[in-house]
Design a binder for this molecule. Structure first.
Ligand code: CMP
Length: 137
């Protein structure tokens, strides 16, 4: 069983589509292992987005990610990483196909509604940054 992390970003929170987003994952057979509201900090984002830290959009990305609390969840299932990737669509909502979360609710790269883990290794790190082991049910 694979696990992956999804964050519903501030633009998704402000659109009030949390329930609709979770519904898509559950309908795909993914199981919620934990879910909570988190206020991200610059400290977490410096680690989370370490690969983007030198990019010109990093300050804007950080400010956006801290602008409201976010929903963080761990989803589990066979091929969870790929399943969640397919349900979310690519980073740029304008390149996403209809029926994906990013196409249906997103605007552009900074406002792409959700974060999802890129790989099993990334998922394990992200789980550790947000959840304690005893929080995974
Ligand atoms: P995500 O894939 O969740 O993680 C990195 C985020 O950086 C990405 O979503 C986008 O929200 C943002 N991002 C990536 N590329 C750009 C870009 N060129 N301009 C602005 N934001 C970006």
């Amino acid at each position: 069983m694979e696990q992956t992390v999804v964050l519903i970003k501030p633009d998704g929170m402000e659109k009030h589509v949390v329930g609709q987003i979770i519904d898509r994952f559950e309908r795909a057979g993914l199981v919620i292992k934990n879910l909570k509201l988190v206020q991200l900090t610059q400290e977490i984002l410096d680690v989370w987005y370490a690969h983007h830290k030198d990019k010109p959009f990093f300050p804007e990305l950080s400010a956006q990610m801290m602008s409201t609390s976010v929903v963080a969840m761990v989803l589990e299932g066979d091929g969870a990483i790929q399943k969640v990737f397919d349900i979310c669509g690519p980073t740029d909502p304008q390149e996403a196909v209809a029926g994906t979360i990013r196409k249906d609710y997103g605007v552009d790269k900074p406002h792409n509604v959700v974060h999802r883990s890129d790989s099993v290794e990334a998922a394990q790190k992200e789980i550790g940054w947000i959840f304690k082991p005893e929080e995974l049910y």
